[in-house]
Design a protein around this ligand. Structure first.
Ligand code: XMP
Length: 525
């Protein structure tokens, strides 16, 4: 069952996060990366002693999780982890399992649960809590059914909350720390400080910087690729662009990018991408303008799934055709990110492991006999942005909102026509311009317009109009998995609707979409 560490750069200190299935395990990694600490998340049931020896962590964190320690087959820490002689921090279930294994006791049942905000009262001083309790009790976020009822030998209590008498515990001599709350979430305001104290105690140097990452990634790409040719599908999004620029820096003209223009891009988008890659970076780039073919195939199609499948299939055909022009390419580069490769612990039907399959050009590498180059596999989205800055990509480009592969097709419910696409492009550009003018672009995770499959009656000047209605969408989100609508002011919405109707021929009515996700999705289709 041993799983090779993903990266484990020997030049850096490494922290191992053992995942017991918490919803917020990824947040632990983010907090640590913010502290410039290299860490990896691995499921508890994929770690054995050989793995621990190969990974050689300088510290370990046990995540929370939905199980109870007294369930049959409950997730347990890997053998040997307490003998590594490194600091360990247990969070929520991580605390309970630590106490359970080391000789304490955990209880469930009535009156032990605590969900949401709670306040922890200080006990004795502890270096892990440096900066805490200066102004009294500290707010923390709890989410537990069970709680520790007897701490393990060697541990002392350093903080209590109404329903968790052992909210903060530690065996200082062994550097084992265990807390009942979740320091990684936003609602534990001093949580980041706790992680900072923990990595300081463990002796991390904070040497995980984008400058260091860039150097290492370049060396690794050169090693992997040798003198072979690499092709990279460029979407104009941040991930594939950063991957392309990084690989180009490593292997120069051995890299060719293929930019498939399906005719469903935003106003001026193709020109911007081409200009940046050709003029600024001088990266060999095939501009596959296949808009006529895509739009032809989509004619009369209104079912969202058929649209997506048609675009996906054609995309692969076109990419494959142009990749052959490069001749003899052995590698395909992709901007896969760390959240896409983290294996998550699933509790439906035992400790099975689910891996998200996400490849943008799914199945293509095998079909074409290509190996993958994925230089962003260790990074979170915000780190990709930091790397993009390190590589000198323009700030405006780095901060761009995500744009889906099927493009405007899924923002044009019903049949897609060139007339509707033209109107949509113009209206979307006005909407984004409004958002930028009001300084809101960076507060919003994603914003776009969608042209609705209906016409409505209006009056402009003294004449009647019968034009399309437009929906505006803007959401806040962390990862696109859940989202809330952005609370624009009424003034902003009114001004934007007026501008769009005045400036874009073909629209006479504008709606704002106030649906969160769930129950809605971000895109309309
Ligand atoms: P939904 O609509 O599922 O979207 O809430 C979540 C995020 O994913 C983007 N999205 C896609 N991205 N290919 C992509 O590359 C797709 O087929 C696709 N569909 C949705 C969407 O823009 C949002 O950011």
């Amino acid at each position: 069952m041993t799983q090779a560490p993903l990266h484990a750069p020997l030049l850096h200190d490494r922290l191992l996060i053992i995942d017991f299935g918490s919803q917020v395990t990824q947040l632990i990694a983010r907090r640590l990366r913010e502290l410039h600490v290299y860490c990896e998340i691995h499921p508890y049931n994929k770690i054995d002693e050989a793995f621990l020896a190969a990974f050689a962590p300088k510290a370990v964190i046990f995540s929370g999780g939905p199980a109870s320690v007294y369930w049959e087959g409950a997730p347990m820490p890997p053998k040997g982890v307490f003998d590594l002689g490194v600091p360990i921090l247990g969070i929520c279930y991580g605390q309970q399992v630590m106490m359970h294994v080391l000789g304490g006791h955990v209880e469930g049942g009535h009156g032990t649960a605590e969900f949401g905000k709670a306040y922890v009262t200080a006990g004795a001083k502890l270096p892990l809590l440096e900066g805490w309790f200066a102004a009294g009790d500290e707010q923390v976020w709890m989410s537990h059914g069970d709680h520790v009822s007897k701490i393990a030998p060697g541990f002392e209590v350093y903080g209590t909350s109404p329903n968790a008498p052992f909210a903060i515990t530690a065996d200082v001599s062994r550097h084992f720390y265990a807390v009942q709350f979740h320091p990684e979430v936003h609602h534990t305001p001093k949580g980041a400080r706790l992680y900072e104290n923990f990595v300081k105690l463990a002796g991390f140097k904070g040497d995980w910087t984008m400058g260091a990452y860039r150097e290492e990634a370049i060396r690794k790409i050169r090693e992997q690729v040798g003198d072979a040719k690499v092709i990279c599908g460029l979407s104009g999004g941040v991930d594939s662009s950063v991957a392309a620029v990084l690989i180009h820096e490593a292997i120069g003209s051995q890299l060719t990018c293929v930019f498939v223009d399906h005719g469903l891009l935003r106003l001026g988008e193709a020109e911007q991408v081409l200009k940046m890659f050709r003029d600024t970076y001088n990266i060999p780039l095939i501009h596959a303008d296949e808009s006529a073919m895509f739009l032809g195939a989509l004619e009369g199609v209104s079912d969202p799934e058929v649209k997506r499948k048609t675009i996906g299939r054609l995309f692969i055909d076109v990419f494959q055709k142009h990749a052959h022009e490069v001749g003899g390419a052995k590698f395909l580069a992709q901007g896969t990110l760390y959240p896409d490769v983290i294996e998550s612990v699933s509790f439906s039907g035992g400790p099975s492991v689910t891996i998200k399959s996400h490849h943008n050009v799914g199945g293509l590498p095998e079909k074409m006999g290509l190996k993958l180059v994925e230089p962003l596999r260790e990074l979170f989205k915000d780190e990709v942005r930091a790397l993009g800055r390190e590589l000198g990509l323009p700030e405006a480009f780095i901060r761009r909102h995500p744009f889906p592969g099927p493009g405007l097709a899924i923002r044009c419910p019903g049949e897609i026509t060139t007339e509707k696409l033209d109107i949509l492009r113009k209206a979307d550009a006005v909407y984004i311009d409004q958002i930028r003018k009001h300084g809101l672009y960076d507060e919003i995770w994603q914003a776009f317009a969608a042209i609705l499959p209906m016409k409505t009656v209006g009056v402009m000047g003294d004449g009647r109009t019968y034009d399309f209605a437009l929906a505006l969408r803007a959401v806040t989100s962390v990862d696109g998995m859940t989202a809330d609508y952005y609370p624009f002011s009424h003034d902003f919405l009114g001004e934007t609707a007026t501008r769009i109707i005045n400036e874009v021929k073909g629209i006479n009515r504008v709606f704002y979409d106030c649906t969160s996700k769930p129950p809605g999705t971000i895109e309309l289709e």
